[in-house]
Design a protein around this ligand. Structure first.
Ligand code: PLP
Length: 380
């Protein structure tokens, strides 16, 4: 039996979601654009999913645009606004701890002639709204600040950021907060989501776009999703996302309390059993499921592979950063951690599927792995 503690990278798809998707693939496989009854049936599934996701997000169904992933949603929001408001200004502001889906899009826009500003964070991984406000001028058209950081779990002060946004629109990457926190749509103009982080299918995302806000589509074609995301709808994926979103919204508070209790049990176990560790997840305003810890004097990657041999799956940072050009987490670097702390960092990310026994076995395996590394040095 494996112990899966890498739920911020991706989650196990709920059985109910898989069953629904399989049924749609086998039986209700119509194209929502077709005029016959199979097309209408497919369209009904898309409508139902849009309503379910809107309910989970706290917006109107018409404000949801389905996309192929969280990355596409970030791209569509950022490029869509930057291009739509080019005449009003060319300045775009974000933070140093965003996912590459945001940071790389900003870098590409900088190369295309936009002026981008990346604001730093404090040592706990929070952006300071006042510091951010200094970067925002009258020509700034977009501010992009993630809701929950995917590596350390810090929850960003979006309401305070929104108060200082001047003429800019506020986009938030809410990929890690959906199903764990209420989405503050009342202060957001755009928000990005991904299905596979909430026990839904991979390759499915969505963008919340407030009211009649105009954005430039990044994909042209048959005009699906009100012209904002052309391409035949991934009906099984959309329906699976809708179901996963309803399940995530259902008893969210209870589930998060249970996950937070496991996360705290893990933190306690590590602190009690293993010397010389640094907890990188803040002890306030942090999401329920993430615990980032540096085992000083070790290499996170080696600890990860040692745990893997016992069927325990963790991460050294975000899954995407393992493909990055630079070594070490850009988030931990932005928080000012030492090279040693960055090198020894492990991210544990939990779900409601984790049990107390999972945590106990993990602490036990970690204790041995860290001890062995510190006494024998690097080994594999
Ligand atoms: N944004 C954040 C904060 C993420 O954690 C991720 C996934 O790791 C993404 C965006 C990208 O989502 P997707 O994998 O659906 O493209």
């Amino acid at each position: 039996m494996s112990i899966y503690l890498d739920n911020s990278a991706t989650t196990r798809q709920h059985e109910e979601v898989t069953n629904l998707m399989c049924r749609l693939m086998r039986e209700d496989y119509g194209n929502p654009s077709s005029l016959h009854h199979m097309g209408l049936a497919a369209e009904r599934h898309v409508k139902q999913a849009r309503r379910s996701l809107a309910r989970a997000v706290g917006c109107r169904a018409e404000e949801i645009v389905f996309t192929s992933c969280g990355t596409e949603s970030d791209n569509l929001a950022i490029r869509g606004i930057a291009e739509a408001r080019r005449r009003a200004g060319r300045r775009l502001v974000t933070t140093a701890i965003e996912h590459p889906a945001v940071l790389e899009t900003f870098a590409a826009l900088e190369n295309e002639g936009y002026e981008t500003c990346i604001v730093g964070v404090d040592k706990e991984g929070f952006v300071d709204p006042d510091r951010l406000a200094e970067a925002v001028d009258e020509e700034t058209t977009l501010i992009s600040v993630m809701h929950v950081n995917n590596e350390v779990g810090s929850i960003q002060p979006l309401a305070a950021v929104a108060e200082k946004k001047k003429n800019a629109l506020l986009h938030s990457d809410c990929v890690q907060s959906l199903g764990k926190l209420p989405i503050p749509t009342e202060v957001l103009d755009l928000a990005s989501f991904s299905a596979h982080k909430i026990h839904g299918p991979k390759g499915m995302g969505a963008l919340y776009k407030a009211g009649s806000l105009h954005i430039i589509p990044q994909q042209t074609g048959g005009g699906q999703e009100k012209g904002l995301r052309s391409g035949t709808e991934n009906v099984p994926g959309i329906a699976g996302f809708g179901l996963a979103a309803s399940m995530a919204a259902e008893s969210m508070d209870e589930r998060c309390t249970q996950i937070a209790a496991m996360r705290d049990y893990l933190r306690r176990g590590i602190l009690d059993e293993i010397p010389d560790v640094r907890i990188n997840t803040p002890d306030h305003d942090a999401v329920c499921c993430i615990l980032n810890v540096s085992f000083l004097g070790t290499r996170g990657e080696v600890i990860l592979h040692t745990l893997e041999q016992q069927g325990i799956y963790v991460s050294t940072g975000s899954a995407c950063s393992s493909h990055a050009k630079t070594r070490g987490s850009h988030v931990l670097r932005a928080m000012g951690l030492s090279g040693e702390a960055i090198e020894g960092a492990i991210r544990f990310s939990l779900s409601a599927y984790n049990t107390k026994e999972d945590i106990e076995q993990t602490v036990d395996a970690l204790k041995k792995a860290v001890h062995r590394f510190r006494h024998l040095g690097g080994f594999r």
